[in-house]
Design a protein around this ligand. Structure first.
Ligand code: PGA
Length: 246
């Protein structure tokens, strides 16, 4: 089945290196038939540079995504970028509520406001959820339920239908200690069922947190996991190539 594989470059690279990596992805992905949906999320500067290119240079064998967007369409929001403008430059996906943004003060309420705009601007949101520390699955499920209820508060079925959820246990992000594929599958099963019962729809739920070229296959072969959100391992084509080829 088709999976969604998202590369999150975070703020890891110099602009020159980021552009070089994108070029490497482009050249290599053009050469291969890949049945997965690939989304590359570099930083805003890289996105802006790519948008300034002309003609066929702007055709990519993957979708472009942003790592966040502002919670107002336009206005006094120093340092933020409007999802309207991101749409204008060819972005298709927006990561929302990443734990590294939550650590800077982003709440479920702010994420909800961003989500409404992302949907209004016809972009696909990828909403990150997940617990901070390792804990019992009962506690994790309760915590995730609360995150979903607050972020989807008063959203309708048609809006929720367009969203993708990324289950990212914070303790697994950037630690090289991924969640076990079985546990991730179990939590994702819970998320999918909760959404199904509450909103009567089926949405893709992907996993993120220390995914690499070695463990990717173990996640992708789990029946509930709809794809991957990859941070560190997306910064190398040779690793990412392995991840997407499963
Ligand atoms: P990681 O990051 O793959 O480096 O753990 C994942 C993420 O933060 O989305």
């Amino acid at each position: 089945m088709k999976k969604i594989i998202i590369a999150n470059f975070k703020m890891a690279l110099e602009l020159k290196k980021s552009l070089k990596l994108i070029e490497e992805f482009k050249i290599n992905l053009e050469k291969r038939v890949n049945q997965n949906t690939i989304v590359i999320c570099p930083d805003y500067l890289t996105l802006g540079y790519l948008a300034s290119q002309k003609g066929s240079k702007r055709n990519y064998p993957f979708y472009l995504g942003a790592q966040s967007s502002g919670h107002l369409q336009f206005g006094a929001l120093t340092g933020e970028v409007s999802s309207f403008n991101l749409k204008q430059i060819g972005v298709s996906y927006i990561i929302l509520g990443h734990s590294e943004r939550r650590a800077l003060g982003e709440t479920n309420q702010i994420i909800r406001e961003k989500l409404l705009l992302v949907l209004k601007n016809n972009l696909r949101p990828v909403i990150c959820l997940g617990e901070k520390n390792k804990q019992s699955t009962v506690k994790t499920k309760l915590f995730i339920k609360k995150q979903i209820s607050e972020i989807f508060f008063k959203l309708n079925k048609d809006e929720i239908k367009k969203t993708i959820i990324a289950y990212e246990p914070i303790w697994a992000i950037g630690t090289n200690k991924a969640c076990s594929p079985k546990l991730a599958n179990q939590i994702i099963d819970f998320i999918k069922n909760y959404i199904k019962e509450r909103y009567k729809i089926n949405i893709p739920v992907i996993y993120g947190g220390s995914v690499n070229d070695i463990n990717a296959n173990d996640f992708l072969t789990q029946n509930n996991i709809g794809g991957l959100l990859v941070g560190g391992a997306s910064l190398s084509w040779s690793k990412f190539k392995q991840i997407i080829s499963h």
